[in-house]
Design a protein around this ligand. Structure first.
Ligand code: C5P
Length: 260
């Protein structure tokens, strides 16, 4: 095993022993979350992929799993192939099973690898980028709730606040735009159906929309940024440490299906 793998394997085992118990509120449907963490992080650079970078005492992946676990009956974490090679058994943390899967060459391929590990009886599947460590458990709840209310898919998004132009100087009306985030939520059968075609997109809701199924919008979180470049690290460090947990704190969720 390379030095990098030793470091990353250590970080993962730290993650797996630190995930909190899921919310104890009863839920009528089974919610599983796929956390995709198999990217190489080429835009970020560095010795290890960005999702394993330590920020405020935890890896980026750990922060993401921490928020996902509070709203999930189980988690599939999709890891790079060379990390999986150490052949550790799946981790089970308290009542939240964490199953490991090996990622693919594209994000969509990694989601498919994770989806193959989600139990057949899961009714709602959330898909989250490990590189978004500040998404709150409340956001996971909102997205899951929209699906449990009948949407085929639910995507959190925020308004675009910058003036936008094209590279050749053209103007784009920002009022027509939304910046789309994760976690995204799906009726499990719909997510399986759209991924069966083996297509690629930068997110999963795009595949659902292409299939003509119903995607609803839920309000995202402006601070839910994706770790992409080194400069993002300091911003995320400030966000995750504020209020001891994650930036703007919300009222505690009540039920995992989002009902009050
Ligand atoms: O590259 P980007 O930041 O858009 O990746 C979004 C998420 O997808 C990241 O958490 C990354 O680790 C994951 N990913 C993956 N497998 C790939 C490419 C990206 O799991 N082949």
């Amino acid at each position: 095993m390379s030095d990098t793998n030793v470091v990353v394997t250590y970080l993962i085992s730290t993650v797996m022993t630190s995930i909190p118990n899921p919310a104890s509120a009863p839920s009528s449907s089974s919610i599983w979350t796929i956390v995709v963490a198999a990217g190489s992080g080429s835009r970020f650079g560095g010795a290890i992929p960005k999702q394993f970078v330590q920020i405020a005492g935890r890896s980026v992946l750990m922060w993401s799993l921490h928020h996902a676990a509070a709203m999930s009956d189980g988690i599939v974490v999709v890891l790079p192939a060379d990390i999986e090679a150490d052949d550790e058994p799946p981790n089970v943390v308290s009542q939240t099973p964490v199953i490991r899967a090996t990622g693919g060459a594209s994000r969509s391929a990694s989601v498919r690898a994770g989806l193959a590990q989600v139990p057949d009886d899961a009714s709602v599947v959330l898909v989250h980028d490990a590189a978004r460590p500040v998404a709150s458990s409340e956001l996971f709840r909102r997205v899951a709730h929209a699906v449990s209310q009948g949407a085929d898919a639910a995507t959190p998004s925020v308004a675009v606040i910058d003036t936008i132009k094209t590279v050749d100087g053209g103007h784009v009306d920002r009022s027509t735009l939304r910046a789309v985030q994760t976690p995204q939520g799906f009726a499990a059968d719909v997510l399986r159906m759209v991924h069966a075609a083996g297509e690629h997109a930068t997110d999963d809701a795009t595949l659902v929309a292409r299939a003509g199924r119903r995607v609803v919008d839920v309000e995202g979180e402006r601070w839910n940024i994706k770790l992409t470049e080194p400069a993002d690290e300091a911003v995320i460090a400030g966000l995750v440490t504020r209020s001891g947990q994650t930036a703007p704190m919300h009222a505690s969720p009540t039920h995992r299906d989002g009902s009050p």
